[in-house]
Design a binder for this molecule. Structure first.
Ligand code: 1CP
Length: 333
């Protein structure tokens, strides 16, 4: 069994497995080299040969315990026929929503549009560099995808004023998302994903109707993934009550963000934990890195824990700091 599964399923506490969110891309010079010649990000995600190479790059360098496929959460809106573009120094930009068209999407058309992602997973499951490692497929949570689909740009400066104005649109989209996120999970599992992570990167923007936007839609995906026999990790970034989330949504493992006090949290939850370290710590120095990483490892000495960050690794991170991080985690006893 892989080290992550030992932790997740058998509750082992002494293995210290490690992988990093957004480990494939951005901060790696070999990724930037590929990206330079592939300016259309969606096309790059749909190129299964290059995506395989990018997925393996961080494994070659750091021997992480899991590979996460090189893809994006916005491939679902793309598969549903919404225009999705990634603009340089700006981020994602989505086209106007055509609700009627989205509602008519057929499963086989969606699966066809994303078929190279499934091909990527099939190829990776045969890649011997991933022996005894997990292969992580992922999806955006319904709320976070709803945010991008309606807001049409990153909500980092807040949601648009009329975000909640069309109640019918919101409820139609939530239904469609539930259905097609499940299709995408099922297709990834069939193609060889051994774990699924659900990214709810903008969960912290929810201020009301938690059942409607956070708990019910995520629990539906978690139950579905468990039913098809694959463990599921949730990352509801920025929420204030992780204990309540774990009780209601009940994933196999919870990825915490860096605003959570891990010591307090494990008093209130039983499930395995992943992540937490502020990615900015990797921008400081090796002494501080050791101090902060050891702090997490000490706290989780007797709680099943997979080392990871409290959000994606930052583009300006130095390779040698990542190497040092892996060394600290692997040598910890
Ligand atoms: O390890 C990996 O990098 C694997 C592939 C991966 C994953 C898991 C990418 C490639 N994106 C994601 C998830 C993702 N995409 C999330 C959830 C995790 C998180 O919060 O970081 C989100 C919110 C996105 C949406 C997205 N994709 C943004 C917008 C961020 C915002 O501020 O709203 C952006 C800029 C991207 C582009 C992207 N996706 C992935 C990469 C390597 C890049 C950068 C592409 C580039 O410009 O070179």
């Amino acid at each position: 069994m892989t080290p992550i599964k030992e932790c997740l399923i058998n509750n082992k506490t002494n293995l210290n497995p490690i992988w990093l969110m957004r480990q494939a891309g951005r901060y790696l010079p070999e990724f930037r080299e590929i990206r330079k010649n592939n300016t259309n990000f969606i096309d790059l995600c749909l190129n299964s040969n290059l995506s395989e190479e990018i997925t393996i790059q961080p494994i070659d360098r750091f021997d992480f315990d899991a590979a996460i496929i090189f893809s994006d959460i916005l491939m679902i809106p793309y598969g549903l026929g919404q225009q999705v573009e990634f603009k340089k120094d700006f981020g994602p930009s989505l086209g106007k929503i055509n609700a009627a068209k989205i509602l008519e999407t057929e499963e086989n058309i969606f699966t066809d549009k994303l078929s190279s992602i499934y091909k990527l997973l099939q190829n990776l499951s045969k890649n011997n560099k991933l022996e005894n490692k997990d292969l992580i497929g992922f999806v955006g949570a319904p709320w976070t995808l709803l945010v991008y689909m309606i807001n049409r740009v990153s909500p980092k400066n807040g949601l648009s004023e009329n975000f909640f104005s069309d109640k019918n649109l919101i409820s139609d989209l939530l239904k469609i998302l539930d259905r097609f996120i499940k299709v995408h999970i099922r297709n990834q599992v069939k193609a060889g994903a051994t774990l699924i992570q659900i990214f709810d990167s903008w969960a912290g923007l929810i201020t009301k109707d938690f059942d409607k936007y956070l708990y019910n839609p995520t629990a539906s995906l978690v139950n579905y993934t468990k039913e098809i026999g694959v463990p599921v990790i949730c990352f509801p970034r920025g929420i204030s009550n992780y204990a309540e989330y774990c009780k209601i949504v009940n994933p196999d493992m919870i990825n915490i963000d860096y605003n959570i006090n891990p010591k307090e949290l494990i008093k209130n939850i039983q499930i395995p934990v992943q992540g937490g370290l502020d990615p900015k710590v990797l921008l400081t120095d090796k002494d501080n890195l050791r101090k902060q990483v050891t702090n997490y490892l000490e706290i989780f000495k007797s709680h099943p824990y997979v080392f990871n960050l409290g959000h994606g690794i930052l583009p300006q991170t130095k390779i040698e700091m990542v190497a040092e991080l892996v060394k600290i985690v692997r040598e910890y006893k």
